[in-house]
Design a binder for this molecule. Sequence first.
Ligand code: DGL
Length: 274
Amino acid sequence: MAQVNPIGIFDSGVGGLTVFAAIRELMPRESLVYLGDTARLPYGTKSRETVIRYALEDEAFLARHQVKAIVVACNTASAVALDTLREHSTVPVVGVVEPGANAAVAASRGRCIGVIGTTGTIASNAYTDVIKRLEPRATVIAQACPLFVSLVEEGWLTDEVTWKVAQRYLTPLREAGVDTLVLACTHYPLLKPLIAEVMGQGVALVDSAEAVAEELKRMLEDHSLQTTSAHAEHHLFVTDLPGAFTHVAARFLGHHLPPVERVDLETACVFPPR
Ligand code: DGL
């Protein structure tokens, strides 16, 4: 696979743009192809089998774009489908769980680590298992926060309602004395200021978007896959409602967005932006 080929990134929707942004920031010359499966979002409330099927279709779409590596930005897909995705891929596949768990263990002083994510991510125990493997003495307290995804999609990042929801989800974690909290969902980094305030001082927040960008950089170096081109060219694809995606995406990436194209994953037909 040539070094100038793009890196593929997929998520269930717009949230994975936090990972897109972190990769673009760290490796500005790498070209990126992003797929948001907006027609089938959310993944976080679906069964393991369904998420694996969707993730394989997302991966196949990116493979058609000759990507040199695939990043599974979606925490739910990373938690339940990573091994299957690797089995079916001819290029390296990077998920968010291992880098996020690693960063959490490195950040934790008291080895009491909280993990928040979708219902699917938390039910999979993926983060807990990796953290325990890396640090067997760690106490891990996991909490599903499914409403956070809708609140972020709605843009209610500092709203009173979001504050109340956060209090309800996070108070048990604060009272249990977690010193580190993993934001194990694509959407949660946008709530970082609010979550930091609810958790109080002294709790480190781990953003898996930043951790996965670092991991990807290391992986490209190990495989001698860093780009040789001087300029990046990015493409954004979604499976439904490109207009709504563009609107929410501005919150994740600012207003300098490449045009968003709609794609049909079954026929591989691309509908250019209007
Ligand atoms: N991308 C999902 C995740 O990181 C959140 C949104 C969804 O449920 O699809 O787990």
